[in-house]
Write a protein that binds this ligand. Sequence first.
Ligand code: HEC
Ligand code: HEC
Length: 269
Amino acid sequence: MAAVCGGYAKHSKLGVRAAFIIRFAAKPNSTWPSLKFHPIVRKMKSIQTPLLAYVVASATLLFSAATAQAQEIKGDAKAGQGKASLCIGCHGIQGYQASFPEIYKVPKISGQGGKYIIAALNAYKKGDRKHPTMRGISETLSDQDMADLAAYYEVHGRVEGTSLPAQPAKTPAPAVVALLQKGACVSCHGNNFAMPIDPTYPKIAGQYNDYLFVALKAYKVEGNAKVGRANGIMGGIAKQFTNAELKAMAGYISTVDGDLKTVPQSRFR
Ligand code: HEC
Ligand code: HEC
């Protein structure tokens, strides 16, 4: 997925460049009709077709190269298990707490969707997510490392033959129902908060209460070098709520049954 993102990014950058060239070439004919017969324009017109063909051909070539590259990166859970020795000191200890920017439990990542794990790691690596420790760690990870770790954590702690109810067993207080409706949370995270509509979106049911609150608040922070999450989707949503409201929603979501776990692991296996 990391590579898919990279591929799209490369492609969209190219798209912008291609669009610019096409518009430049097309402009004299469409929006500057009076220049139509200027010698330069006539010259441009004659190069327009081969130029366009070149742009389209190279865009197609580059895009298929990027897609081929993306397909090559396949996560290997076994390799991920070895690489997870970097992670278990925090994510493999029940109740382990982070102390920055406040004290809260290190999130459960076992059972989280693999594509979301990769998206989150890339968000730290790119700096969209500012948390300093996770930024430092993600900067050491290659696309292959991320894919392997994601393949490992996605199924880590999964108990075969169990499935979650489609709706949460516990109904929230009416005030929380209203908040969840205002933010349309289930429309993306799923009716039970554990079936996101897109695999790059997180499962949030049963995540630690204090972590959910810290994460939600982080989407509201702007212009801070060490705290905050720049995300086009959650930024707009979190900013509609007060911290007390975010806390109320986090409290409820943390009580919903989900796939997420902290699986205690020894460093010395
Ligand atoms: C020093 C402790 C520490 C280590 C080591 C660590 N993490 Fe984290 N991790 C955290 C903390 C704290 C957060 C929450 C950061 C935040 O608030 O955004 C986090 C967040 C994450 C998230 C985002 C979770 C979510 O629900 O969005 C992922 C994914 C993650 N870590 C994966 C890893 C992986 C994979 C490794 C090993 C390569 C690792 N972490 C190593 C402390 C750690
Ligand atoms: C339009 C889709 C959408 C809606 C609606 C939505 N979310 Fe999200 N949510 C996302 C995406 C995408 C992310 C991942 C953002 C990122 O990469 O940081 C996310 C991330 C989160 C996280 C961070 C999870 C973690 O593990 O760090 C929490 C908590 C969350 N959403 C709660 C909510 C709540 C509560 C609501 C309703 C008030 C809501 N979301 C509405 C798409 C949505």
